[in-house]
Design a protein around this ligand. Structure first.
Ligand SMILES: N[C@H](CCC[C@H](N)C(=O)O)C(=O)O
Length: 278
């Protein structure tokens, strides 16, 4: 089975073009194997690029633990780049079917290749039942919660997948690696959750570290950055357009006031192609 290794801001996945390839085994099991950084290809998960009845292509995303997620922001930019650059659909605006509906993307083409891509991430969902979380019956904005003996203030946002955003003076390893897994699997998040630890640099600049549901710490998270932009505005700490510095690169986010849609702009890189034994 041929695969392509790609990343968005260092959030790296193994991509399979299912217009042309068949999986040798069910996606969850394959995701665990290919994601292994010692015994596999290495990545934060597996992303399938499939034909769609309602869009130019369909994206299905599986975390490194084999669980399937509703949406992947860095992933969808790479899917759009692959679909354009490999001739599946060579328009500079594409529609990709996801677990969070059909999303629209605009590609900036340099030469023959897509480089910067803007995604309309849709409208964030804030009701506890939409996250989902049982922590409260009202939207959580700087909501005090005790995790592992520490009181944190959390803001929860869904971009199709769940995010728990925590603003901190410094996103230390102790917080990310210590509290990340505890919050990810806290029973008050019935579908688990992604966790973002965020430092405010200014009203237009943030720093984010991410503990992802099903993948551990990743070097970037696009749905997470979208949730962080929304949370920073809701808590009165940022303007509606922010630059977010993630470990693997930068993303530009804008939460449009008129439409309530979140727009994310970032890069997408094809690193190499390979063949997985079948
Ligand atoms: N890295 C992805 C998010 C993956 C989310 C996944 N970990 C989940 O279970 O929701 C992104 O760029 O949006």
């Amino acid at each position: 089975m041929r695969f392509t290794k790609m990343h968005g801001a260092g959030n790296d996945y193994v991509y399979v073009n299912c217009f042309a390839e068949k999986l040798p085994e069910p996606a969850p099991e394959l995701a665990i194997k290919v994601s292994d950084r010692r015994f596999g290809v290495g990545g934060d998960g597996l992303i399938l690029i499939e034909p769609s009845d309602v869009a130019d292509a369909r994206m299905r995303m599986f975390n490194a633990d084999g669980s399937e997620a509703e949406m992947c922001g860095n992933g969808i930019r790479c899917v759009a780049k692959f679909v354009h650059d490999h001739g599946i659909c060579q328009r500079d605006s594409l529609r990709i079917e996801t677990g969070n509906g059909v999303l629209e993307l605009k590609l900036q083409i340099n030469g023959e290749k897509a480089e910067l891509i803007t995604v309309d991430m849709g409208i964030p969902k804030l009701l506890p039942a939409e996250i989902p979380t049982t922590l409260s019956d009202k939207p959580l904005v700087n909501f005090p919660v005790e995790f592992g003996g520490m009181e944190l203030r959390v803001t929860t946002v869904s971009m199709g997948n769940p995010h728990c955003v925590v603003f901190v003076p410094e996103a230390t390893d102790a917080l990310v690696l210590g509290l990340g897994p505890q919050i990810e699997s806290d029973p008050r998040f019935p579908k688990r959750t992604n966790v973002e630890f965020v430092e405010i640099v200014s009203r237009t600049e943030l720093k984010q570290r991410t503990w992802e549901r099903g993948s551990g710490e990743t070097w970037a998270c696009g749905t997470g950055a979208s949730a962080v932009c929304v949370a920073a505005v809701l808590t009165g700490q940022a303007e509606r357009e922010v630059l977010i510095h993630l470990t693997g690169g930068d993303l530009r986010l804008r939460w449009d006031e008129a439409t309530e849609h979140v727009f994310m702009t970032g890069g997408a890189v094809e690193v190499f192609q390979g063949v997985w034994p079948t």
